[in-house]
Design a protein around this ligand. Structure first.
Ligand code: ADQ
Length: 472
């Protein structure tokens, strides 16, 4: 019999997320080690983690394996095990084939399966129990995202002393769509276990408040919900941000400049380089943007010798059917356009299905004259903000979908409805041909936005509000 996992050290600040912020790597001598996966959340939480002796509760990424808590980079990491079947039902199923499409305007058809729901509940309960073991008395607990919406309520039942915050990284849909969900009431009750529920946009918070009134008949006043047991829950928007200063420094470095020039030259030094960077996801509007660029070349509005499009796409959720199909669709579309309008050694679209380190991302952003971000629906979209942070010279242009949360903040982008291919083509041309002065004015305003509201500020505002939320 396997011994029960060792008791972790307790912490006064606990982050709970589906994944731990580390990836397992194999060293040359065959031993394994953990490397912190770079990301905005980790860098935002790092100072708080250290000053509060913080712990992070999450799955470590491999199924059917129980690991003891371990320390990495000064963070106490508390692994939650998942079985192969749970990965299928809770993660790939309920999280990514039910909730993800439902919360993104049903761009893809959400599937409802009762056994997926059972697994979601079971896994959320396990996360709540593990967190209850780790959190000190009166600790602050911050639960992340759609995979764990039942955790706030489950955790409150186990540990009423805790202050519980929840942040949803994806959109919260209009009530008309949300009502399709067979387990709609349970999920709302799950979230209401928190003291503070954060959304990317005010619209998401309003959708949630409306749903609480409609379905549960609880009273709300502005952003406060009066719970029957006397507690108050706050639902409010906290648009997520990036580590702008860190990225700016990286983008300015001579190494990045050199690498950017090298990529440009590898592409044949075209006059204009357009760039797309995404997780390969059907919400990101890749086909629309590739189609628009292909038509601009075919129409003769852009010259294939002068303009190049680079699309890098991180592999994502490859075991979910809709993602496999998307990958095939993109392969076919890129192949067709390059086949139709390409020349020897000069495919108009360079498509890379791969993930890159931060340094390479900074070089890509620095290299690109026009960044094309066209999601059909997106909670925020960090790529748009990252591009802006990397434009130290205040040049370049951002074409941005109206349906990304970021469009509410980056008003100076070339905003577009990505379903409207003609409009998208026009916006891309405008972004290419506008005067340097116009572009620079737009970029400077966006840079101010991105630098004034960085990720550290974001985390601080949320945690201050959580600490101040009253519980009786
Ligand atoms: P995502 O849907 O993953 O995030 P996004 O916000 O754009 O979308 O973040 C993607 C991140 O992955 C960026 O930091 C980007 O640099 C990185 N990335 C993308 N392609 C890459 C590649 N090929 N190689 C390396 N890195 C790559 C979810 C929500 C968003 C919300 C964020 C944060 O869907 O709406 O903005 O969470 O809350």
């Amino acid at each position: 019999r396997k011994p029960k996992a060792a008791r972790p050290q307790t912490a006064s600040f606990v982050v709970v997320a589906n994944r731990l912020p580390v990836d397992r790597i194999e060293l040359p001598d065959g031993s394994v080690d953990w490397r912190t996966s770079p990301g905005g959340l980790v860098s935002a939480f790092e100072p708080i983690m250290h000053s509060h002796e913080g712990a992070w509760v999450g799955w470590h990424g491999a199924p059917d394996e129980e690991l003891d808590p371990f320390n990495s980079d000064g963070m106490e990491l508390v692994p939650v095990p998942l079985s192969t079947e749970e990965v299928e039902h809770y993660y790939e199923g309920f999280s990514n084939a039910t909730l993800w499409p439902l919360y993104h305007d049903v761009i893809a058809h959400p599937e409802f399966h009762r056994d997926w729901w059972v697994a979601y509940r079971t896994v959320n309960q396990r996360f709540a129990e593990r967190t209850a073991e780790v959190a000190e008395t009166d600790a602050l607990v911050w639960v992340q995202d759609y995979q764990l919406q039942l955790v706030p309520q489950m955790l409150r039942q186990l540990r009423p002393d805790l202050r519980i915050g929840f942040f949803l990284h994806i959109p919260f849909p209009p009530t008309e769509l949300y009502q399709q969900l067979p387990w709609r009431n349970q999920l709302i009750e799950g979230l209401l276990g928190a003291d503070l529920v954060g959304f990317q946009l005010p619209g998401g918070a309003q959708n949630f408040l409306r749903l609480v009134r409609q379905r549960l008949h609880y009273e709300t006043r502005r952003d406060r919900i009066q719970m029957p047991e006397g507690r108050t829950v706050i639902a409010r928007a906290y648009p997520i941000a990036i580590d702008a200063t860190g990225l700016d420094q990286l983008a300015r470095s001579p190494e990045t400049a050199e690498r950017a020039a090298e990529i440009r030259s590898d592409l044949g030094d075209p006059e204009t380089i357009l760039l797309g960077v995404d997780r390969l996801d059907y919400t990101k509007g890749l086909p629309q943007r590739i189609q628009a660029f292909g038509e601009l070349i075919a129409d003769g509005a852009l010259d294939a010798d002068k303009a190049a499009f680079v699309q890098v796409a991180t592999p994502s959720r490859e075991r979910v059917d809709q993602y496999r199909k998307l990958r095939d669709d993109i392969d076919r579309l890129v192949g067709r356009i390059n086949g139709d309008v390409g020349r020897y050694g000069r495919p108009p679209i360079t498509y890379l299905h791969s993930s890159y380190p931060r340094e390479e991302m900074a070089a890509l952003y620095r290299m690109a004259d026009v960044m094309v971000v066209t999601p059909l629906r997106d909670g925020m979209n960090l790529v748009a903000k990252e591009y802006v942070a990397c434009r130290a010279e205040s040049d370049g242009a951002l074409v941005l979908s109206e349906f990304a949360g970021a469009a509410k903040e980056l008003r100076q982008a070339y905003l577009v409805n990505p379903y409207d291919i003609n409009a998208l083509k026009e916006r891309i041309l405008e972004a290419i041909h506008d005067s340097p002065r116009t572009k620079s004015r737009r970029m400077r305003i966006m840079r101010r936005q991105v630098f004034e509201n960085d990720i550290e500020h974001w985390a601080k505002v949320f945690l201050d509000d959580l600490a101040a939320s009253h519980r009786d």
